[in-house]
Design a protein around this ligand. Structure first.
Ligand SMILES: O=C(O)CCC(=O)C(=O)O
Ligand SMILES: [Fe+2]
Length: 353
């Protein structure tokens, strides 16, 4: 697969990122992993240190930053420019044509329209998503994206092989497994990336207590959120308080999901995170996300045993969660205030408001 810099790139309109907030927010102090120092020939002490750093980041937060991931700031900025195109340069008719069939198929490809998820008090979301499978030919795309598909595919491949694989090796070593055991569960298969944005009205903000996306864990193993300047993402600390995730230029925020929790027998726990209204000085800007979601597919991921006969495979879990997300009937938890619950394949899923 050629590198991102080789080919002459088609011109794209620049997406202007928002300035940083001047408000003092309570940020979480997440560990920063320098991925370039994890090479096969690296000093064994450096490798051991990185393994320990990632293991403690996963145990404590399930969130960490990755720096030196192989894309320059300019290359990452261009991917944000491309991410903006499905929203700002495609009209509503064409968007409808490529609407995703979340409920029918449990897969994400195409546009998730706004108002598809229920948030709170009868208010639905304002999140628009455009999701692609890494095999960009698996579904159709708006005309304006066609010339950019090879570049999008190279970006996905880079994320998969140059960013995901070293992280999975670090995670496997941290579990005392062989170095490639988690890589083998993440073949270059049914992986998607998505582009997201979140605009909303004042009345809706009030009715949902400024909550844009309820506290949740992600479905897959890891999610890469390319850091962007609009503060809105928060993680739930062990004491139940919510802390803001700070923007770091050209960093990837790595987030642990359900699948890595299951695969690691709970040693790496899925992180509860949510999205809220940004601080006042950033509200006039459109928040654009550039995400890469990883889902292990190649093997049954929860073993069916006598004790847990209904344990789902990864594919069943992913499809079930995607279908029900934002639309399942949730019951208030009998024990925990602010927690809503649903069961899927016999597994309790919690949502945090
Ligand atoms: O918008 C963000 O920063 C995070 C979104 C998110 O948590 C998700 O799409 O699962
Ligand atoms: Fe998430």
């Amino acid at each position: 697969m050629p590198s991102l810099i080789n080919a002459p790139l088609p011109p794209v309109r620049h997406y202007e990122a928002a300035p940083l907030t001047k408000e003092r927010l309570e940020y979480v102090d997440l560990p920063i992993i320098d991925l370039s120092s994890f090479t096969a020939s690296a000093d064994p002490d450096v490798r051991t240190h990185l393994v320990a750093q990632v293991r403690s980041a996963m145990a404590e937060y399930g969130f960490f930053y990755v720096l030196n991931h192989g894309l320059s700031t300019a290359q990452t900025e261009r991917m944000f420019d491309i991410a903006d195109i499905p929203f700002s340069e495609v009209d509503d008719d064409e968007k409808k044509k490529y609407q995703s069939k979340l409920k029918e198929t449990g897969t994400q490809q195409g546009y998730k329209p706004r108002q598809y998820y229920h948030i709170d008090n009868g208010i639905r979301d304002q999140i628009e998503i455009y999701a692609l499978n890494h095999d960009v030919n698996k579904s159709g795309h708006p005309a304006v994206l066609q010339p950019l598909l090879p570049e999008i595919e190279r970006f996905a491949y880079h994320n998969h092989v140059n960013v995901l694989y070293p992280i999975l090796r670090l995670l496997a070593l941290g579990l005392d497994l062989s170095e490639d055991s988690l890589v083998e569960l993440h073949k270059w298969e049914d992986i998607s990336e998505s582009y997201v944005r979140y605009p909303r009205s004042d009345e809706e903000e009030e009715k949902t207590n400024n909550l844009w996306l309820k506290g949740h864990t992600d479905i897959g193993s890891l999610t890469f959120l390319y850091s962007q300047p609009i503060a809105a993402l928060q993680i739930r600390a062990k004491d139940g308080s919510w802390k803001w995730v700070k923007h770091i230029e050209n960093a990837i925020v790595v987030n642990a999901g359900d699948a890595i929790e299951f695969l690691s027998g709970g040693l790496y726990s899925a992180t509860i995170h949510r999205v809220v209204q940004p601080p006042a000085d950033q509200r006039a800007y459109t928040r654009l996300g550039l995400f890469y979601f990883l889902k292990p597919l190649s093997s049954p991921f929860l073993q069916r045993t006598a004790e847990c006969a209904e344990a789902p495979t990864m594919a069943e879990w992913r499809k079930g969660r995607t279908k029900s997300y934002g639309n399942a009937e949730l019951k208030a938890s009998a024990i925990n205030l602010g927690v809503e619950e649903e069961y899927l394949n016999g597994v309790l899923i919690k949502h945090y408001v």
